[in-house]
Design a protein around this ligand. Sequence first.
Ligand code: ADP
Length: 619
Amino acid sequence: MNPSLPPSSAPSRPASPGLRATLVALVLLAVLPALGLALYHGLDQRAKARDEAKAAVANRARSLAAAQAEQLAGTHRLVESLAATTVVRVIDPQGCSLLFSQLLRQWGPGMANILAVSGSGERIAEAVENAGDAFPPGRTPLGGVSFADRDWFRQAQREKACRIGPFSLTADGRPVAVVACPALGWDGEVKAVVAASLTLDALGRSFAATPGSPGETGGVVAASGGLLARFPEASPAEGPNIADTPLGRSVLRTAAGSLEATGLDGEAKLVGVARLNPQAADSPAVFVAMPLAEAYAPAQSLLFHQMAWLVVVGLVGLGAAWFCGSRLLVSPIVALVEAAEAIGRGEFATRLTTPSRIRELARLGRAFNAMAGGLMERERVLAEKTAALEHSNQDLEQFAYVASHDLQEPLRKITSFADLLAKRCAGSLDETGERYVAYMVDGARRMSQLINHLLAYSRLGTRGAAFAPMELAAALDAALDNLELPLAEAGATVTRGELPTLVADATQLTQLFQNIIGNAVKYRADRPPVIHVSARREDGGWTVAVADNGQGIAPRHFERIFRMFQRLDTAKERQGAGIGLAFCKRIVERHGGRIWVESEEGTGSTFRFTLPDLEAGPA
Ligand code: ADP
């Protein structure tokens, strides 16, 4: 590797996306609205499924409350009927006991007892749930209890109407609602009061009988916030007040419906609420709570399934786009690119053999093949023309050589005989004759010079040495050696920048420097010449500049001075044939470069020429 050549670096471009990636991006762009729509639909479905879950939980609470309300209404009817029976009205403890026990058994769970109390508050008869027979007076386990101070007794007696008591916890922690109806005598006085205690057992059973989702819990909360019952657990011995818990607050605030709240266990719940007695403001509320994750699980899984399908369908679509894009688009285009690169390398016989299945690409392939055919034909014609040109060039060169060689001979004769004429006839010729002979000699000498220049010029292109790595500085040194005398005479200073190593014809580059620097000295101004040679890396090659402080050149002559036999300065003391810069142009063009001048009259000129990077070998 050459140390003086900095590595040529291609300007870095941002990587452009491939055809496949573009195709996939386009497919994505096309399916994006569909994906968005599907996602919207999925979210909508989920919202609906959530609404359904909310409705289901609210329904469950409502049906539980309705079942319990139905029990209460049934109890009311029963107690009312019992108060009207003869056994009660005539205060027949035995008959009452039998009737009550029978009815209690028939009623099933949910009723704790049926009781008949006399107008003074003493028990006439009572049937207790799970206690077998009813207790007639004297056999009661609670013997001697007076009911005269009970709210339900006093209210029934006072108002002479049925009293449907609110649910409250008994001393043993059971939630009970007492339904009491008075039995009135003919005189309209209260003879007895029949009461039945309804528990929430039926509610618990119906909660258990229709199991909801796993983890479902429920309960009944009194208007005060006291927890009357809790499902599926057993009823609390002492109802805690949950009015200050998030669940309690939410349930008490809601008449009916569903809500989301933190449950008593601290877990997020979907809660359904209904009132046992929607008409009463202080009615206990029935609630059913489901863990939120459980409640919304179907909605979540619906969305998840839709999303999973979307992803699968999207991936399949993208895969198909990738695969089809590769087969139908990328492969033919890659083949086209490779064929174009081959054409670029000069392999004009390259053709696309597999026609694409896509109409436009097939057309492109045909057009490409036609273009390659056209190029091959042009290449053939060009090769023929080049061969003809080379041939005629050789002929011309031969002609120039023969002409110059053969013309030299008669010219030498003219010169020598003119010399002879001048010597022999010295004195016999008059002044005009001698001047004519001198013109003849000078003309013949100039013609000989011109012929030599022409010959040298014609040889520049074809008889140059092979290109080889060379130091540009060495060529400059050689040129300066050749110009030692004129440089010294003019008192010239030549400086240089860093000069590269490159592949070129060293002899011709010496000649190039010699002509340009020679001119810088020849066409100097009234000051000693100062010449600077420098080189700069540019566009895959080198640009060399030779700057002087000479008389400069008018811009209108910038082109002309590089033509053969074109001189701007015809002063006698500056000899020249007007061929030096034409030589320079020919040398630079042989190396694949170009030469030009930048100048300002009176200030100086800078001659620049480019030398592209070349491979070593014959030109
Ligand atoms: P020649 O030097 O024999 O006249 P060239 O082809 O070398 O022929 O130059 C052509 C003309 O370009 C010259 O006649 C001269 O007028 C002009 N020229 C060349 N080099 C310079 C220079 N460095 N400064 C000013 N004029 C120049």
